[in-house]
Design a protein around this ligand. Sequence first.
Ligand code: PNS
Length: 170
Amino acid sequence: MTPFGPPSGRLAIFPGSFDPLTNGHVDIILRSAHLFERIIVAILLNAEKQPLFTPDERAAIIREVFRAYPNVEVDTFDGLLVDYARRRRASALVRGLRAVSDFEYEFQMALMNRHLEPTLETVFMMPAEQYTYLSSRLIKEVFTLGGDVRGLVPSAVEQALKKKQEVKVQ
Ligand code: PNS
């Protein structure tokens, strides 16, 4: 039993940096929203030294994308993910698995989180095939170098990226 009480129903956390949200993330969030009563998209604060979007900007974008989904909540967290999950009384963590290359890192993280909090399950989901090569890092790189990211990110992200570019040019 944790000091915060038993986990409530089927609340899951989808943690990440989301700098920026990609259509691969959207795919996993939608699948989770079908499976769990409630899903919290939890943005890690201070993950990167030089993020493209601030955590508040990322949260605003994700809220906009999922505004029609009342069971999708967006939040930020700092410190250990398991501590945040205990505070929110979540019963599961959701992570996307795109390819075998993701496996080792995800396996380590899942087992470390299980060591820290044995009652918290990590659930892996596969995104749709067309998103298996997508990552926030590649989106940033392609966009920064003038490539087209249409169809790879939600339109709210595309607009936010364009705004960032306009600010840079000014
Ligand atoms: O989108 P990312 O960068 O792959 O997400 C990684 C994230 C945020 C899930 C991971 O870095 C994390 O949980 N950080 C919080 C600190 C923590 O709990 N570290 C121990 C994890 S085993």
